[in-house]
Design a protein around this ligand. Sequence first.
Ligand code: FES
Length: 97
Amino acid sequence: MTVKVTIRRGDETQTISARPGLGFQAICAKHKTGIDFDCRASDCGICAIKILSGAEALSPKTAAEADFLRAMNADPDERLACQTRFLGDVEIAVDYL
Ligand code: FES
């Protein structure tokens, strides 16, 4: 079984099939997605993504992620890709600011 991760980046759309339970770091290690990582620990925010659909299929926010997003005044549909795993189909946007 695989899940479908759809990534929108400007006018481009990329769809990746992945094993449920993986995270964005895993798919980004194999695919050029446009998601950047630095600290990988909820400290820098460079990996922020916007969830367009499938938020319920994502792992819950860790305490550190929730604290960081609150400090950034992030919108409720923003997540840190370095902290997020997907269990079902999801559609996200990168470069959305
Ligand atoms: S890579 Fe720094 S918060 Fe995700």
